[in-house]
Design a protein around this ligand. Structure first.
Ligand code: AMP
Length: 430
């Protein structure tokens, strides 16, 4: 999806182009329309996801649509835990708003430096104020700034603000704001304290959850096993056995695909269960409980079913098929990589999915390591599929590569025995 489809004004699109952004990140795709419509927002996202542009662009758009009053009251207030983040956010807001006419004024205030210069800068009024909570309260108490015309409040890195003991300051600041306003809350984690804060603060918020774009790629080992479509099930069984995975989440693109795979796994005594939209809530809950308790080794899920479920981070996530949208790939692999530990995200990629793999690589900004497993190597061209598989799955409809047209497979993959990552011996495929 291009930025032009999101409803942002031309001056903002110009600034986006100058920043070198070619397409919106997953959080931007979801947050920008919601914020433009005036909704409250609850976003699970951390630095690296593009969250700043996700809230700053639509807020600037809304601000520039309204009439400016001559005394420039603060209309957007962004609270951050640290001065570094305040400076970074303030800089981004100025950058994105560079071509708006008339110009909007942005100020940044934080503690640890003299207050007087900040008071002077606030005198002429500001449209967007980026602040750390303690210093903002000092400024309010000294009548250097008024908050009674704030239209939108952003709590950025709310979890860190609470960890740093800012809850009382935040509550005091909120008491100075008009009751009717838009509230956006960004947090990487959701503790009981955050939940309490959001309950009183957000009204019917749009909820967004994205995996951190850059850190996911760094913490999670991502591998694409190039293989023939008809051998995927066998390859998966082989991997589960040789790698001795005890708890694997496998994503398929269709409900039928999830059912078929689950049956195959159970037939060879790998205990598996499927969760997807056609399963009753009871069946989904019990599959999930069994998986969490270790009675079910493989949980086969579709993206939609997996999105709403609470599974702790897993050591391994498998893309049996690549998702239709690259953003879903980021969601999927965000489920692996336990804190401090490395996670693995493995994709079984057949000939018709090379285009999708490239899209994913474009989105995450890095290449995914390609390998082949001995005995399951991909043919140089796509082999014909068995009769029951010839109907192309839905994700192929927009794909230039058609399963019926033999496509030349992308090379420079390595062949591996897939025993374990440590002992994997690779050789080049000619
Ligand atoms: P943030 O998560 O807001 O701290 O942003 C992380 C980095 O991503 C910043 O350097 C941004 O300039 C950059 N960024 C934000 N949105 C995009 C985008 N759509 N395309 C490329 N880079 C982006």
């Amino acid at each position: 999806m291009p930025f032009t489809k999101l409803g942002l004004s031309d001056p903002l699109l110009r600034a986006i182009a100058e920043a070198g952004y070619t397409s919106p990140s997953p959080i931007q795709q979801q947050a920008i329309p919601a914020v433009l419509q005036g909704h409250d927002l609850l976003a699970a996202a951390q630095t690296g996801t593009g969250k700043t542009a996700g809230f700053a662009l639509p807020l600037l758009h809304r601000l520039s649509q309204h009439h400016f009053s001559s005394n420039r009251p603060v209309r957007v207030l962004i609270l951050t835990p640290t001065r570094e983040l305040a400076a970074q956010v303030g800089e981004s807001v100025s950058q994105y708003g560079a071509h708006l006419q008339p110009r909007l004024k942005t100020e940044i205030v934080f503690g640890g430096v003299k207050i007087n210069p900040q008071m002077m800068r606030l005198r002429g009024g500001v449209d967007v104020l980026v602040a750390t909570p303690g210093r903002l309260l000092d400024l309010v108490n000294q009548n250097a700034v008024k908050l009674d015309k704030v239209e939108s409040l952003v709590l950025d890195e709310a979890d860190r603000m609470l960890d740093m003991g800012f809850i009382r300051d935040i509550k005091k600041i909120i008491a100075y704001l008009p009751k009717k306003r838009q509230n956006l809350l960004f947090s990487a984690t959701f503790s009981e304290e955050i939940r309490k804060l959001t309950t009183g603060l957000l009204i019917n918020p749009v909820k967004i959850e994205v995996a951190p774009r850059n850190t996911a790629a760094e913490k999670v080992e991502q591998i694409a096993y190039l293989c023939n479509k008809s051998q995927k099930a066998e390859l998966l069984c082989h991997l589960i056995k040789t790698e001795q995975w005890q708890q694997v989440l496998v994503f398929t693109s269709t409900k039928h695909g999830a059912n078929r795979l689950t049956e195959k796994l159970n037939k060879i005594d790998i205990k598996a269960a499927a969760i997807h939209g056609n399963k009753s809530q009871g069946a989904r809950t019990s599959a999930l409980a069994g998986f969490k308790a270790g009675q079910i080794r493989v949980l086969v899920a579709t993206d939609v079913a997996a999105r709403g479920i609470d599974i702790a981070l897993l050591p391994c996530v498998i893309n049996y098929e690549l998702p239709r949208s690259s953003a879903d790939y980021v969601h999927r692999i965000g489920r692996t990589g336990r804190a401090g530990e490395e996670g693995k995200a493995i994709s079984l990629v057949s000939h018709d999915e090379i285009g999708a793999l490239k899209q994913v690589e474009k989105l995450i900004g890095s290449a995914i390591y390609r390998e082949q497993v001995l005995g399951f190597e991909a043919s140089a061209v796509a082999p014909p599929l068995p009769p029951e598989e010839t109907r192309p799955p839905r994700q192929l409809r927009n794909n230039k590569m058609n399963a019926k047209q033999p496509a030349k497979f992308q090379g420079n993959a390595k062949t591996s025995s897939a025993k374990s990552s440590g002992s994997r011996r690779s050789e080049s495929v000619k």
